[in-house]
Ligand binder design. Structure first.
Ligand SMILES: [Zn+2]
Length: 283
């Protein structure tokens, strides 16, 4: 199998999409991670949860991409992300840290979807978003320029970072430490053709990333509009944007007010806003 990043077929390796340091921190047995996969399907908004999801991409990455490029990224991300994700430690995220976490989130949702398709083809009512060639190429180029130059997510992408209370409670007796909820995000174009990107929620422990990405080359060619400016006022204070860095932005104090464990869907569908008009998440 060719490497999903660089297409080389040399030295294939297995990639743990959720890094080992996170699995260890949550005391999850390797290779038997419990994960919930929420899928919005048509107008029914059916949510299917797959448990005991295995999150390895078998033979999907060459040794260089896995160990050097992605391994190098994990090394710099872990000291920032682990205290937040595992212990909900209050953290001031400066702009470089926000950018780094944003790249990590984009990278992880790309690989999660590729691993899901490899391991569970057809198991979900609707598959998640497969990154376009331009997005994968962008990620590879960014990783290759580390650490000489700062890295950033692909053009047009947006990343938010909320806090989700991942602990068990009376209503959620058995919590998952990873919760992956992909949905599609269509962008209108002047020519009437939609360019379809993704809006995906990935909660890892207490950190809940929300990622928008799109095949930015096609989006430019079709002159697609911007997907969505941000979450509605009712929850905007709880979902700070960490990428892109707009004029005048600064540090982000994390955590914002946490989404309770039983309100993951409210986070994932932006308080139901993504189900009505405007930006739709349905296929
Ligand atoms: Zn590779």
């Amino acid at each position: 199998m060719a490497c999903v990043l660089c297409a080389s077929s040399d030295n294939p390796t297995d990639e743990d999409v959720i890094p080992k340091w996170l699995l260890r921190a949550f005391d999850v047995q390797e290779g038997s991670t419990t994960i919930s996969v929420a899928e919005e399907s048509g107008d029914k908004h059916e949510i299917k949860r797959l448990k005991h999801f295995q999150l390895t991409l078998d033979g999907g990455l060459c040794k260089k991409c896995n160990n050097e490029l992605l391994g190098g990224l994990e090394q710099v991300v872990q000291p920032i992300l682990e205290p937040m994700a595992v212990r909900c430690e209050p953290t001031i995220l400066d702009l470089p840290s926000q950018r780094l976490l944003a790249v990590w989130a984009v990278k992880t949702v790309y690989l999660l979807e590729l691993a899901s398709r490899q391991r569970y083809p057809g198991a979900r009512p609707v598959e998640g978003y497969q990154p376009s060639n331009s997005e994968v190429g962008w990620l590879l180029a960014q990783l290759e320029q580390r650490p000489a130059k700062p890295i950033e997510p692909p053009p047009r992408s947006m990343v938010w970072l909320a806090c989700w209370d991942c602990r068990t409670s009376s209503t959620v007796p058995r919590a998952s430490m990873v919760h992956y909820a992909p949905s599609t995000a269509p962008l209108p174009t002047p020519g009437g053709r939609e360019v379809v990107g993704q809006f995906t929620t990935l909660a890892v422990g207490f950190t809940a990333f929300q990622v928008f990405t799109v095949g930015y080359v096609e989006a430019e060619v079709q002159r697609a509009t911007v997907w969505n400016p941000g979450p509605p006022d009712s929850i905007a204070h709880a979902i700070p944007l960490i990428w892109p860095h707009r004029l005048g932005v600064g540090d982000v104090a994390w955590p914002p007010p946490a989404f309770p464990n039983d309100s993951f869907d409210r986070l994932a569908n932006w308080d139901r806003r993504l189900r009505r008009g405007g930006a739709r998440t349905t296929n």
